[in-house]
Design a protein around this ligand. Structure first.
Ligand SMILES: [Zn+2]
Length: 302
């Protein structure tokens, strides 16, 4: 559980600050990696293996877009040896990252994930946009995850040269798993009656791009920018008219009465997990396979 990890690890990670001031934690021989969201935690844990300790500074159950950093989370970031973050995703992290010292290596996933512009077709309809126009959700494309893992392995090697072979082997093993996942998606979504999918949170642009699907987002890229009931009803009606039969919601369900409208229009509801939070009782790879199964059924693929 992220909950327990975050609450227990944060005070422990704060200790080096109390004992040795602001020097990096590498002094005690244990490489410390701070991450700011679950997908980055998954990458860091796989690449680090037993060779480093990963601390997710995000409190459990909080949308990572809205992350607020506690004092102990800030301490975890500034005292870590390596920080894996994604610029333009979490304003609180962007504000804090300037405070880390020279001994901390900052790995910005944006440098290796080849981020896409966000794919809105009707900008005017969305309220509350405060992001840069780049879509942060790169982890919904397995191969981009592998590229970020390689970048992290290189940074860890810089910090801990003795672990170089371990980090490289771990990143290679993760890439193999991700390439397998990618080929399962490519095969599973090759022949579908529908290639358009409607989602509540517009988080699946990378998945759509990688597998030649079209995403229609009811809400925006930022899940807090909640659509009006009228917007929801309009999108669902358009979806039905386009022959879409399934509406994908994220765990936690639809907002703005969309489930009632979906029912009224005879649309099926299914779950597509943006994997922003640690999946309950599972992990990134299993959650992606559940997403593939939901798409395979909802888009009527053979
Ligand atoms: Zn999101």
């Amino acid at each position: 559980m992220t909950c327990l990890r975050a609450r227990i690890l944060a005070p422990v990670a704060a200790l080096p600050l109390l004992l040795v001031g602001c020097s990096a934690a590498s002094d005690d021989g244990e490489v410390q990696i701070a991450v700011t969201a679950y997908p980055l935690q998954f990458i860091a844990e796989r690449v680090a293996g037993e060779a480093a300790t990963v601390t997710n500074v995000a409190p459990a159950g909080t949308e990572p877009h809205d992350l607020e950093l506690s004092p102990s989370a800030v301490t975890s970031i500034v005292t870590s040896d390596v920080v894996l973050m994604l610029s333009g995703f979490q304003a609180a992290v962007d504000d804090t990252i300037g405070e880390v010292g020279e001994e901390t290596v900052v790995v910005d996933a944006a440098d290796s994930a080849d981020l896409l512009e966000e794919g809105h077709e009707d900008e005017g309809d969305h309220d509350g946009h405060d992001h840069s126009g780049v879509d942060p959700h790169f982890w919904l494309d397995p191969l981009r995850v592998a590229d970020v893992a390689d970048a992290l392995a290189a940074a860890l090697t810089e910090t801990d040269p003795d672990g170089a072979a371990t980090y490289e082997a771990n990143a290679a093993s993760l890439r193999t798993d991700l390439e397998t996942l990618e080929s399962e998606f490519a095969t599973g979504l090759a022949d579908c009656a529908d290639r358009t999918f409607v989602t509540s949170h517009e988080a699946f642009g990378y998945l759509a791009d990688a597998f030649e699907l079209t995403q229609i987002g009811i809400g925006g890229i930022d899940p807090e920018a909640e659509p009006s009931p009228a917007r929801v009803a309009e999108v669902l009606r358009e979806a039905r008219d386009a022959g879409v039969t399934t509406i994908f919601t994220q765990p936690g369900g639809l907002t703005a009465g969309a489930d009632a409208v979906a029912e009224e229009l005879g649309l099926t509801l299914a779950t597509l997990d943006p994997i922003e939070l640690e999946p309950q009782g599972s992990d990134y790879l299993a959650a992606m396979r559940a997403n593939l199964a939901a798409l395979h059924e909802g888009l009527q693929c053979s």
